[in-house]
Design a protein around this ligand. Structure first.
Ligand code: COA
Length: 416
């Protein structure tokens, strides 16, 4: 059975962060009603369009399993419909710019008056403080959350990552907050406000870098490559290239074909316990007992030499061969997979992590499935809704409008 069956979500989200959250709730079985501006809807419907006249992949891939209702919430009738929606739903999720809900007349105070059981969940760029009024997008959050200052190479500029930790990362955090608040409501009968700030979410994901910031007070960060290279540390966590975040040195190394294929690389971790196996695999058995190489501490100043020797070996193998050889030897490695390879990977299709969906305007397309698998509540990915596709059924079946009252809503232009 769907785990969140019976939970109604008033989904006021747009772009990526909020929609990530409500898509997860929808995958877990909540009835997610996406309220959109008549005529245009979520701006991403028309962003990065690849098929003319069809909803973009940006939109479709973030709005599966939802229903769409168009509603002008600035029109008087629209406000009345919204009020009824607030009364009927369990959760309201929004990621408007700060103050937009209040300007609309639906701030937390008003929401509580209409429905004291309502959980009102918001994504904002920043929490309370000097930047709380700012509008924020993905890369702003990555920079303000400490990720960019610690990503990239020591001799290069701060770098953002392709993983959307600011938007999708915050959406994940918010979804957990909502489910937790639903639990709380079960015990108390009361709703509550849930806030996930993008800066806070990125900081949460960067905690190992805050760890290193404090370790600097006790001396250089010995597991960082720059230590072995004799480069002094400053007073803040530096960019660490492809060094691993844990205590075990790791790097990205070239594999066979690297000169033609930009992704013919492997991640390779010189885990202490696997050292004899690593030495044997790469033909450096003398290093197993040699005190200059035998201990992790001794190796710290020789990481360039050690990884150079390992790379001489990985360059003779494909990234998949490296994986096949190293896995049985308990040597942690991982091929650098391209998006093309991921989209073609059979096992990811079999688990439903990547799925093919049919869409009436654009035909078949690939998308991500639910990354969290529940044994009793499997998530089936259903296509995203067309703009206003469910207007009538929501007005009638969820909100109970009929006859002349329904007609007057339609005539008012509130739903477009
Ligand atoms: N009917 C009528 N008006 C509607 C509406 C509807 N159905 N839906 C939205 N609106 C209005 C809002 O009320 C708001 O009006 P106001 O500014 O007059 O109060 C307006 O549309 C625009 O909303 P806003 O959120 O300010 O959009 P924006 O395009 O200017 O900013 C963001 C976009 C993402 C920068 C901003 O929403 C934001 O900072 N959100 C929080 C952080 C976030 O989620 N960022 C990541 C997005 S992936």
């Amino acid at each position: 059975m769907e785990a969140l069956k019976g939970i109604k979500v008033l989904d006021f989200t747009h772009v990526q962060s909020g929609p990530t959250c409500t898509q997860l709730l929808a995958w877990f079985g909540a009835d997610v009603i996406k309220v959109e501006r008549p005529g245009s809807g979520d701006p991403t419907r028309a962003q990065l369009v690849d098929v003319p006249e069809a909803d973009s992949l940006y939109f479709t891939m973030l709005n599966h399993n939802k229903r769409s209702l168009t509603l002008n919430t600035k029109n008087e009738t629209g406000k009345q419909v919204l009020e009824r929606l607030v009364a009927k739903c369990d959760v309201l999720v929004e990621n408007f710019a700060p103050g937009a809900m209040e300007r609309m007349g639906f701030g937390w105070e008003q929401i509580q008056k209409i429905n004291p059981r309502m959980i009102m969940a918001s994504v904002k760029g920043f929490g309370p403080g000097p930047y709380e009024d700012c509008k924020v997008y993905e890369n702003v959050a990555q920079c303000a959350g400490g990720a960019a200052s610690t990503t990239g190479f020591i001799d290069g500029p701060p770098t953002v990552t392709g993983a959307q930790i600011g938007d999708s990362g915050t959406g994940l955090h918010l979804a957990l907050g909502i489910v937790t608040a639903l639990f709380h409501r079960q015990n108390t009968g009361k709703g509550q406000r849930v806030l996930a700030a993008m800066q806070d979410s990125v900081i949460n994901l960067c905690r190992v870098k805050l760890r290193d910031q404090q370790r600097l007070a006790a001396g250089p960060l010995e597991e960082y490559s720059q230590h072995g290279e004799g480069i002094e540390f400053g007073d803040t966590t530096p960019r660490a290239g492809n060094d691993s975040g844990g205590g075990q040195p790791g790097r990205i190394l070239k594999c066979k074909g690297w000169d033609k294929d930009p992704n013919a690389y492997t991640y390779f971790i010189t885990q202490a316990a696997a050292w004899p196996n690593i030495c044997t695999a790469i033909g450096k058995t003398g290093w197993i007992e040699d005190p200059e190489y035998a201990t992790p501490k001794a190796r710290l100043t020789k990481l360039n030499e050690v990884f150079g020797a390992i790379e001489d070996w990985t360059m003779t193998k494909t990234k998949y061969e490296v994986m096949q050889i190293c896995n049985p030897l308990d040597i942690p490695v991982g091929p650098i997979l391209s998006m093309k390879e991921i989209s073609e990977e059979k096992s990811l299709r079999e688990t439903g992590t990547i799925v093919k969906v049919e869409h009436p305007e654009r035909g078949p397309y690939l998308t991500v499935g639910c990354p969290v698998k529940l044994s009793a509540s499997p998530a089936e990915v259903k296509r995203s809704p067309l703009l206003g596709e469910h207007n009538e059924e929501i007005l009638k079946n969820v909100l109970g409008y009929e006859g002349p009252e329904l007609q007057s809503i339609i005539d008012s232009g509130a739903i477009g």
